[in-house]
Design a protein around this ligand. Structure first.
Ligand SMILES: Cc1ncc(COP(=O)(O)O)c(C=O)c1O
Length: 383
C-alpha cells in the first residue's frame, strides 16, 4: 500500500517540541530531529490495542520485543545479537551519558569527532570526564575521517571514542574500510567505543550501513552500540532505545551506571518498538524512498538556485548540513529566521557558520522552505 507522506498533519497543539514555538510567527520548524509523518499503521494499531487495555503498571521487557530486535539486527545487518547483550533505555542521550561513565573513569578523557550531536559534547563534562574533540575533514566537499588527527589527539588518559554512524549532522554513512580504520586506531590506543547508530535504518542507499561491532570479535568486545526504533519510525516521544554490549564487563559497568537512575522504556515505547521492528519494514522502505526524493530535491535546489551555500551530500538521515560561511558574512541563524525557517544552529555542534535543516517533512513543506530561502536571498541581494 502506498503511504501518503505528502499529507500535511497539523502538529501545532500536539505537544510537539519542534512545533510548539512556531505557532505565533508562522516559521517552518526544521530543527529538532523528528519527522512530520505519522508512524506506521502497524505501530498505531498495537498502541491502540494496548491503550484499550487501560492498565499501565510497570512494564516488563517481553521475549517478543527482545526477539524483534534480534531479528531486525540479523535481517538488516547480518548481526547475530544475543538477548543478554541488550540493555534497554528510555532514550539514547541517557545511553551516551552512561557510556561516558562506564567506558572512562572520573578524570579520564573521552574523544569525539566534530561537528557532533550536542550531547556528545555535553555528556563527558557532565559525567566528570575530560573531552577531546577532533575535526572531521572535507575532501572535495565530502566529509571524511581524519585518522591522523584522531591518533594525535589521544593521550594516555583517553579511554573512549564516542562515534556516530550514520553521522549527525554531516550525513555521511561511513563505509566498512573507514570503520575498520577507526577500529584500528581504537585498538592501537586501547580505546573503548560508544557507537551511536540511532540513524542506521535511515541510510538512504539500501544495505550500506555496517554496525561497528560487526567488524570482528575484538571490535565487538570493546564496543557499546546504541540503537533505537525512534528515528526510523518517528517514535521519539515514546522514549525507547537500547544498548548492545557483548562484553560482560562493559555491560556490568554500563548497567551499574544506570542502576536506580535510568528507568526502563515506558510500556507504550516497548509495544511500539516490537510492532515497528516486527511489522514496519514495508513502511520503512517507502519512507526511505520518500526521504531520498526530498534529499534530491533539496540538493538540486541548492545547486541550481542557492550557490551562496553548499550542502554536502546526505547519505543517511533526514538532516542536511548546510555551509553558510561564504554567505556575505551574515549570521546564518538570523538569516534563516528572517527567511521564515527555524533550523539548528551549527555552533551547538561545534560547526560555526553551518546550519542543520531537517527535511523529514512533506515535500510541499520542503518546497515552501526552499522558496522562502530563495526569496530571502533575493531580497538581501537587491539591497
Ligand atoms: C546521534 C543521535 N543520538 C541520539 C539522539 C537522541 O536519542 P533519544 O531521543 O533516544 O535520546 C539523536 C537525536 O537526534 C541523535 O541524532
Amino acid at each position: 500500500m502506498a503511504i501518503d507522506f505528502d499529507l500535511i498533519r497539523d502538529r501545532r497543539n500536539s505537544d510537539s517540541l519542534k512545533w510548539s514555538e512556531s505557532r505565533a510567527n508562522q516559521v517552518i520548524p526544521m530543527w529538532v530531529a523528528d519527522m512530520d509523518f505519522a508512524s506506521p499503521e502497524c505501530v498505531l494499531r498495537a498502541l491502540k490495542e494496548r491503550v484499550e487495555h487501560g492498565v499501565f503498571g510497570y512494564p516488563a521487557v517481553t521475549d517478543a520485543v527482545t526477539q524483534s530486535v534480534i531479528d531486525w539486527a540479523a535481517s538488516h545487518y547480518g548481526w547475530q545479537i544475543e538477548a543478554k547483550w541488550l540493555v534497554w533505555l528510555p532514550g539514547l542521550v541517557s545511553g551516551i551519558h552512561l557510556a561516558c561513565q562506564a567506558l572512562a573513569d572520573d578524570g579520564e578523557e573521552v574523544v569525539t569527532l566534530v561537528p557532533a550531536y550536542p550531547p556528545f559534547l555535553a555528556a563527558p563534562r557532565a559525567t566528570g570526564r575530560g573531552l577531546k574533540t577532533v575535526g572531521l575533514a572535507q575532501d572535495s566537499g565530502r566529509w571524511t575521517l581524519d585518522l591522523d588527527a584522531l591518533s594525535s589527539a589521544i593521550t594516555p588518559r583517553t579511554k573512549c571514542l564516542i562515534f556516530c554512524n550514520p553521522h549527525n549532522p554531516v550525513g555521511r554513512v561511513f563505509g566498512r574500510e573507514e570503520l575498520a580504520a577507526v577500529a584500528e586506531v581504537c585498538q592501537r590506543h586501547g580505546l573503548a567505543v560508544c557507537s551511536d547508530e540511532i540513524h542506521c535504518d535511515l541510510a538512504l542507499k539500501p544495505g550500506v550501513h555496517v554496525p561497528f561491532a560487526t567488524l570482528g570479535a575484538e571490535v565487538a568486545d570493546r564496543t557499546v552500540t546504541l540503537m533505537s526504533p525512534s528515528k526510523t519510525f518517528n517514535l521519539s516521544g515514546l522514549g525507547c532505545g537500547f544498548a548492545v554490549i557483548p562484553n560482560q564487563d562493559l555491560r556490568r559497568r554500563f548497567r551499574r551506571a544506570a542502576s536506580e537512575l535510568v528507568p526502563l522504556p515506558n510500556v507504550l515505547g516497548l509495544i511500539a518498538c516490537r510492532a515497528a521492528f516486527a511489522e514496519g519494514e514495508p513502511w520503512r522502505l517507502e519512507l526511505i524512498e520518500y526521504l531520498r526524493g526530498n534529499r534530491d530535491l533539496l540538493e538540486a535546489y541548492f545547486r541550481e538556485h542557492l550557490p551562496q551555500f553548499s550542502v554536502s551530500h546526505v547519505e543517511g538521515t533526514y538532516l542536511a548540513w548546510i555551509d553558510a560561511r561564504r554567505f556575505r558574512g551574515q549570521d546564518a541563524m538570523r538569516f534563516f529566521e528572517s527567511a521564515g525557517l527555524r533550523l539548528s544552529d551549527g555552533r551547538l555542534f561545534q560547526g560555526e557558520g553551518f546550519v542543520r535543516l531537517n527535511f523529514g517533512c512533506p515535500r510541499s513543506t520542503l518546497q515552501d522552505a526552499l522558496e522562502r530561502i530563495s526569496a530571502a536571498v533575493s531580497k538581501l541581494e537587491s539591497k
